[in-house]
Design a protein around this ligand. Sequence first.
Ligand code: GUN
Length: 283
Amino acid sequence: MQIIDGKAVSKAVKEQVKAECDALKAKGVTPGLAVIIVGEDPASQVYVRNKERACEECGFYSVKYALPEKTTQQELNALVDKLNKDDKINGILCQLPLPKHLDDKEVINRIDPIKDVDAFHPVNVGAIMIGDYNFLPCTPAGVMELIHSTGVEISGKKAVVMGRSNIVGKPMAMLLLHENATVEITHSRTENLKEITSAADILVAAIGKAKFVKADMVKQGAVVIDVGMDRDENGKLCGDVDFEDVKDKCSYITPVPGGVGPMTISMLMKNTLTAAKIQNNIK
Ligand code: GUN
């Protein structure tokens, strides 16, 4: 069994983005990212801080809008409208979840699709479906990079995605399909779950249940990717996969932390760079 080092792969992606950013700057273009965060959710604050740090590492211009919990939909919409028109801003990201009184769909739909570096706007989701896209959603794109880093062939293999969220499960299945995997999606109503997951050559767990995936759910020699960010019985950060139970059964496995997490941010940097190129007609 080999552990896939998400930190190392993520660093390599960021270094490449930085090199491309330097080349863009020589042409007078600095990629710019605006991050909006509403309220005080502690996990969101950590994510946003990490995104700002990554922007700095890559040489981007970045602005954070930390809005109070009581922000109205109108105020949030007005900020998005302003950022859509701002030439210095190539990417706009509104950190989710939003406080309950705000409508995340309304915000996502308002972001100009060409600045939607999360790839959450319906235009970008549709583009991914037909395989003709500018941006890939950050977490699934990061998972693909991690699988590629193993050198394991994807084409023709059986891939099982556990979870059907719009942010991870559904686009994840589509990206694996684009690379010619035979893909199955499981969810909370799936019958004979173990039978399905234990047939997977590539197993991606994105269900949000701590240590749910056990050795008897995994095929001998499988590649196991853990998208979970959960807390175990002692409040310690862990994934959807019971790492200790599963590790000796797989060929490759991602740890939590240090697996998928760092990749998500690197892919956001990549999308912001792409957005800057497109908006400035640079190939
Ligand atoms: N909250 C958790 N993950 C994400 C993400 O990828 N993008 C945004 N905007 N919010 C999130």
